[in-house]
Design a protein around this ligand. Structure first.
Ligand code: DHK
Length: 144
């Protein structure tokens, strides 16, 4: 069975409380439970949320070295700032899908640029929790 990691960046630990009009009222625990239930028996899912860039960078390297098959990553604000995260994703050699809960293209101009998107297979933005599920489905369809 494949192992896919779902990585969430800064402030996504506060889903449900944080700007609910933008990010919804469900929590990160709700997301993880929903994905575990939807993909039960099909994929080994592993989750990490961190507010710290280096923790995410370290984890991506560990996943790459320990048999992970793909990454679903919502880098949060690091999307727009982090060359380190981009390099970690590129250096992992793992297929990755960038996910955003909100439609970043309908928001502030500073959210229009992603450092991480160019090293991902693709980006899903604005579809809420469903974006993560679509990303996992895509990664499951890939060879190897
Ligand atoms: C989450 C964040 O925390 C923002 O910094 C991004 C993203 C958008 C989201 O929509 O999930 O700009």
């Amino acid at each position: 069975m494949k192992t896919i990691a779902v990585l969430n960046g800064p402030n996504l630990n506060r889903l449900g409380k944080r700007e609910p009009e933008v990010y919804g009222t469900r929590t990160l625990a709700d997301l993880e439970a929903e994905l575990r239930e939807s993909f039960s028996g099909r994929v080994n899912l592993t989750f990490l949320q961190s507010n710290h860039e280096g923790v995410l960078v370290d984890r991506i390297g560990e996943l790459a070295d320990n048999g992970c098959h793909g990454l679903v990553v919502n880098p949060g604000a690091f999307t727009h700032t982090s060359v380190a995260l981009r390099d970690a994703l590129a250096g992992s050699g793992l297929p990755a899908v960038e996910v955003h809960l909100s439609n970043v293209h309908a928001r502030e101009p500073f959210r229009q640029h992603s450092h991480t998107a160019p090293v991902c297979a693709g980006v899903i933005t604005g579809l809420g929790f469903a974006g993560y599920a679509f990303a996992i489905e895509f990664l499951l369809k890939l060879e190897s």
